[in-house]
Design a protein around this ligand. Structure first.
Ligand SMILES: [Zn+2]
Ligand SMILES: [Zn+2]
Length: 84
C-alpha cells in the first residue's frame, strides 16, 4: 500500500507506508529496526556511534570519520618517528 504524490517539478514521489511507525515514508527514508523508527535519507545504523546515520547527522558523521583518519595518521607517524 502506498500513496503517490507529484512534487513541483512533476516528478512522481512514491511514499510507502511504514507499518511499524504508521506513517507514509518520503523517498530515501528507511526504517531502522535497531532504533525502531524511520530515518530520513537513511545511510546506515552505525554500531560505533550507536545511532543511525541519516539526514540530520550525516555532516557530523563525515567529520567524525575524517577526524578518526587524522588521528590514525598522527599515531602512525609518531610511532614511525620514535620506533624506526
Ligand atoms: Zn518506520
Ligand atoms: Zn538505527
Amino acid at each position: 500500500m502506498h500513496l503517490d504524490l507529484v512534487n513541483s517539478s512533476g516528478y512522481m514521489l512514491r511514499n510507502k507506508l511504514c507499518r511499524t511507525c504508521g506513517i507514509y515514508r518520503p523517498p530515501r527514508c528507511s526504517h531502522c529496526p535497531t532504533c525502531d523508527n524511520c530515518v530520513e535519507r537513511f545511510d546506515h545504523h552505525c554500531p560505533w556511534l550507536g545511532t543511525c546515520i541519516g539526514k540530520r547527522n550525516y555532516p557530523y558523521f563525515i567529520s567524525f570519520v575524517l577526524s578518526l583518519l587524522f588521528i590514525i595518521i598522527f599515531i602512525i607517524s609518531v610511532v614511525l618517528h620514535f620506533m624506526v
